[in-house]
Write a protein that binds this ligand. Structure first.
Ligand code: CA
Length: 226
């Protein structure tokens, strides 16, 4: 899943990006509000982590602007200001959650996942299709009871397909959600990872259906076609 961090403190932003990437998110960083605003309009993020104190604008201001423009991306506010007033303002401006600095990385991670659960119909951190199970909390994939070792990208691709069962997912969607914005969109990198993922899934690899010229799809449980 794809996250955007809008935070001018480079050390915090870069550490957060690194940490979240280790937990199988694709992460973009903006160091100013303006840059963040531009990225939000160019890409589809699942969650935005927004610092309140930015050099060119207040986080609340950006949050309000996005909501006025009917952007419904989940937003977690980062604030060093512990005053209740700022927190209430942030929530009134349309933020979904907030966390005060300094914060524990694992708490932020849990809040990001909680927000993603809230905005999806899947209320658990568990995704599955027939024998394949993906556990987000443990960051493990199983076929039946047997664990399958996937690379981060393979995991992210499988997660995205399982989250959107029965939907046709294009290569561009996978590129957008499993890679950051620096990816070269003209490579066949997605096909290569799908190929490796299928190989690791063995005979269950054909649960990932290729829609020629369009993308990939994992069927819904009810469907027997695979
Ligand atoms: Ca700041």
């Amino acid at each position: 899943m794809k996250l955007l961090i809008i935070e001018d403190e480079k050390l915090i932003a870069d550490n957060l990006k690194y940490g979240l990437e280790q937990h199988r998110f694709s992460v973009d960083v903006a160091y100013t509000g303006e840059e963040g605003y531009k990225l939000v309009n160019d890409f589809n993020y699942d969650v935005i982590i927004l610092d309140l104190m930015l050099p060119d604008m207040q986080g609340e201001e950006l949050c309000r602007k996005l909501r006025q423009e009917k952007n419904e991306t989940s937003i977690i506010m980062l604030t060093a200001k512990k005053q209740l007033g700022n927190i209430i303002d942030g929530l009134n401006y349309g933020a979904d959650d907030y966390i005060t600095k300094p914060f524990e990385f694992l708490e932020l991670l849990a809040r990001v996942r909680a927000l993603m659960r809230r905005s999806s119909k899947n209320k658990e951190n568990l995704f599955s299709y027939r024998e394949i199970k993906l556990d987000l909390d443990k960051e493990q994939v199983f076929i039946g009871d047997k664990e399958i070792r996937l690379t981060k990208k393979e995991f992210m691709i499988l997660e995205y397909l399982l989250r959107h069962k029965s939907q046709l997912i294009s290569r561009n969607q996978l590129l957008e959600h499993a890679w950051d914005r620096n990816v070269d969109i003209f490579t066949n990198i997605v096909d290569t990872h799908i190929k490796n993922l299928r190989k690791k899934l063995g005979k269950y690899g054909n649960y990932i259906i290729t829609i020629y010229g369009s993308g990939y799809r994992i069927p819904d449980e009810g469907s027997e076609r695979h």
